[in-house]
Write a protein that binds this ligand. Sequence first.
Ligand code: UN1
Length: 517
Amino acid sequence: PAAFSAIFRSIPPMKIDTVLQALGLDAKSLKKGDLAIHTPISGAEIARLASDDSKAAAKKIARAQAAYLAWREVPAPRRGELVRLLGEELRRHKADLGALVSIEAGKITTEGLGEVQEMIDICDFAVGLSRQLYGLTIASERPGHRMAETWHPLGVVGVITAFNFPVAVWSWNSALALVCGNAVVWKPSEKTPLTSLACGQILKKAAQRFTRETDTAVPDGLLEILIGGREVGETLVDDPRVALVSATGSTRMGREVAPRVAKRFGRSLLELGGNNAMIVCPTADLKLAERAILFSAVGTAGQRCTTLRRLFVHADVYGKLMPRLKKLYGLVTIGDPLDARTLVGPLIDAASFGNMQAALKQAREEGGKVTGGERVAVRGKAGGYYVKPALVELPKQSAVMKHETFAPILYVVKYKDLGDAIRLQNDVPQGLSSCIFTRDVREAELFTSDVGSDCGIANVNIGPSGAEIGGAFGGEKETGGGRESGSDAWKAYMRRATNTINYSNHLPLAQGVKFDI
Ligand code: UN1
């Protein structure tokens, strides 16, 4: 129909089926089931899947547990070889997987591809890591003794991911978990399960090649995918065989997951809400700041956990920055994420749009001056929720600013004293990402010091989003405290043993204790 001509300009007819097929999925078999998958691009249903019930989920967890017992016997550098091949398959399927991310999550093409690049990067990182799962050696106080730390696989790692990074967050967890000798049970968002099935197929290809080339079997069940909502999520969280639950999503979800996992003395790694801020100082390079604000506040339609949500601008540069920012906001192209000219794609669904409008209403009630925020009609995509990114100027940091609304709303507050700005930036329940724009080394150092930003990520002259995989990723307070991805985040996926080895002919006791008959 004519209404769809616009979408067909960029997604040719059958594009979805072709993409699925290229990723090893049979579109025809994805048409039956209770779980309907919609593309946020037009709101149209694109697939139906059958949800797992808790019995099916428990079976998958059992399979993963058996896979772990076999996989931990494979030497870590060889486990790294599987992840190396996963990286190769991801390179091969980058365009198709990126397109599927765009179709299922609504990301613009370059961000869909960027997400797959993030997967490739973490695979490379994990391959190197597979030869570097180092423990310390420690001086013993006793003669003829040696102390050492050894790191061992943990077991089954449960991975819960959100719609907004439907594949990268899985890969941060899985690339590390696999080289560390674990099996993975993945519960993707019920809004984006197709991309997870595609990842399952890609890993399968890597596993087949691994077996062919190394003569080492990859145990069945090394990756299990749970399709469904709350019920399967709860099964995963409560199962004592799941040694670690790594959950990415809302603080509300984390508040439910953490105590349940703790109740059975499991481990959890939480990457929850962010409420990220930027401080723009008088000496800031405003051109850089504008570019950073635009990408981090407007990019991904404001649906990153690292999205810039609060902007504190020094009074000396406020009058200069704000008109420029408004002009840039006016130039942002909104529409079909598969069109190369688009910068802002759709929100994930109607509920998300509703939350955005509610936040803007509250902001107005709290004295905010709102520019933008309204729904934008995109031809041929009446069921898609496209919005103009909103700028909200507020006289002070008010209640609405303390919540994470997963939409492109940027709250702006003027400041005079850097100490006050840092206090305001820290005065929210979340603590994921933050940044300062300044050319004053004292301000930059203060911001990154013990008394500066209280977030897991504190940047200088870089926006709060779009982190590289090499650093540890995560945040404090209601963000949950977990660290994923680079640095030594791998340690969360292993258990540590302390070994004291006595190579003497005596048995001296520590702390000088005497116990002789
Ligand atoms: C997320 O939104 O859950 O730093 C993750 C970033 C990305 C990851 C975001 N590398 O924005």
